[in-house]
Design a protein around this ligand. Sequence first.
Ligand code: ACO
Length: 312
Amino acid sequence: MNQNQPKIKIISSGKYTPEMVISNEDLEKLVDTSNEWIVSRTGILRRRKAVNENTSDMAYQAAMHAINRVHYDKSKIDLIIMATITGDQMTPSTANFVQAKLGLDHEVMSFDINAACTGFVYGLEIASALLQTNRFRAALVIGGEILTKIVDYTDRNTCVLFGDGAGAMIIEPSDDQNDTAYFFNAAKGDMNDSLTVKKFIEMDGKKVYQFAVSAMEQAIHKILNESQLTIDDIDMVIPHQANERIIQSVAKSTGIPISKFMMNLSEYGNTSAASIPLTISEYYDQNETKGKKILLVGFGGGFTWGSAILKL
Ligand code: ACO
């Protein structure tokens, strides 16, 4: 076992999704598709669309949900990491906008990262490592996207898949060995043409699908191995919410019961970096989470992929 894995206290989790809903029936009016095709190939029923709000607005709302859930003293937050591929603008970073919206005018280090749909798992690993320096009291890690602004609504191959949302988590450093968190993150730049965003999202769906299944399977085995835990020690697997069939294939190939995979993609579609934290927040909404162990696993453009095991 690697003794250098960080120790972190998970304080809270929050989410925000915009009000406007785009149903499969709405998409039938835009492109040559059908509710039946979308449901059977992806499991998605509807997704949300941000109107008159920016990524930082949604990220702020998700952060406030996490803060209010536990009545957290937000002045303790001195590190903000925002995972997004759809930030408000090139600079300032979306994390800086969130800092301002939260009214955190003390010394805060805040910045954005881009690891596509794996961005939140990357962000958590970076935050956890920085917290070990004891320079920071608390980190706010957010994944937030307005993917509907980079979706081509004339391309049926992609426009049915994506939606908007944000999720956030607050973490603090810990000295307790029981709070050890485990991370694995990786990238494969030589497959970068399979999923790209220049103006709009373009992808080779089949290639992405095949990569996703094998990468998630590997990332699950890797993190269980690293932590010397078995799947029986894990209360819930929280995967990136891209496609129900991808998750079913991973369940089959790893032998993990599908009931152990939390899914909400039918409601939100694929929200990229937001999908894992948004799902974690819903896990908090539905369960007594204290002491529970969750396994996060994601993949995304780049290609990137990663996993983590956290004790809540
Ligand atoms: N409605 C109707 N027909 C469609 C649609 C649609 N929305 N989209 C594609 N089709 C058609 C295709 O044109 C094709 O027609 P053809 O046989 O006449 O050429 C047919 O359906 C079958 O297409 P396939 O690509 O074989 O369909 P598949 O079963 O592979 O499902 C899908 C496509 C859903 C895109 C799947 O490949 C997939 O989920 N891939 C992974 C995508 C993904 O997760 N991307 C994001 C990951 S990273 C990130 O989150 C940014």
